[in-house]
Design a protein around this ligand. Sequence first.
Ligand code: ADP
Length: 486
Amino acid sequence: MKILLVASEVAPIIKIGGLGDVIGSLPKALSQNFAVDVDVIVPFFPYANVAGYALYKNIELLVPYNGVTYTVEVYATKLPDSDVDVLLLKNNTFFANPIPHFYADTLTEVEVFAFFSRAVVEYLKLKLNTYDIVHCNDWHTGLITHLLEEEFDTDRPRTLFTIHNILYQGIGSITTPYKVGLTPGMHPALEWNLEDGCVNLMQQGITSSDFINTVSPSYAKEILLPEFAGELSDLLKAREGRLSGILNGIDYTFFPRKYDTLSFSAEKLLVKKALQVKLGLPTTSIAKTIANVSSPTTPTLDMPNPLFSYIGRLDSNQKGLDLLYDALPYLLAHGGQFVLLGKGDPIWEAKFQALAKAYPASVAVTIRFDENLSHEIYAASDFVLIPSKYEPCGLVQMIAMWYGALPVVHKTGGLRDTVTHLVNGLTYENQTPESFSQCLANCFTLYAEPKKMATLITNALNADWSWSSSAEKYMQLYKKMEELNG
Ligand code: ADP
């Protein structure tokens, strides 16, 4: 079986968020564990980190778009430590400029990815009968199924459309389908979509692919509700028989770690001190910091301050930043230290930076994307805060566990499926300040009971979120799709 995985990013070459991690690790797990050949195809954006990769120009494509034929150079390399080919599509008109807000579904991005979809289909035409399955990811790839229908009719590869985040939908101009060469009348789902004067690429992927899946079992149920998927929930309900949820995994080789279940207690303290020094935070004991502050519990006097962190995109719609920001005074008043690494919404970047200025002794904020620093923060943290309003799967809680940092999460989506309260982390049910604050109080109580804390950390370190079981589920789905073909 040969599969083409189509996406906007692939770690470690291009990584904006969790999608990049998934596209960089799922194909490795598939090709290592099953008799399957997987190629990945992505745009060759200028921020692709290809230093040190053996990169060669493979072929050139002629891609028609809006009445003009563009040349696209196909470069090929391998994912590190694997047989997986990564194909990077280079074009100076569409893929040459860094896109500032990659996740925002602006018109410009819709154009970029409509062109990308056309280019992928031109590639598939050149590689006729090579791929059995085209596995598309998120709105960026939503037009591919219709294009395949036009090019190959019923003799086309089977398509799987994976929803990584249903609220980014790629809403574009009504002219976009025409520019890629689609005739809406031949595709009722597309024609119907255009009636309101614009195209929704996520909707196209959902309505026209053979199968749909999303990245956790809980999110697969949640997106059937309008509060999670808006108007798309009805369309998903209509295709419920073709919809499933497969939890993402992580590739542990991306995350270096110096300790294990036997050595974590001493080692994590050292890493924590090193990070505190690096970020200019005191390494003093909690007793000194919380003197005169009424604590929800009585910590041991010589315990260092509990270190809480947030690592992730500063996305105000999804990540519960308001809840986090409002709870920080409570956290700091009780001797917690807070470290944030993230970038995104400029308003939130400024708010957190101002907070760090106001509390230099207990808050450190770094506004950038920094893989190495993220590993240091995970390793140093006692608790990693993930107060997301919704979370399709979430990788941060899995990475946190690997580093023995307890995830503190809202019970939603993949967070619900991976974190069990007081077993491998802490959870809260309602997205309210009261519920989150109570959960933070539970963190302090737990922190003051080192034995119990150590049990939870051990459970977290023992958790297995590798791809092995999820890759098997993808294989089963691909096989089911092939049978449909026959
Ligand atoms: P999302 O896909 O919504 O961004 P996930 O939890 O699925 O969230 O994945 C986020 C991934 O991106 C994790 O690997 C996380 O460590 C990483 N990440 C996010 N922001 C940063 C940052 N500023 N620096 C380094 N890594 C980051």
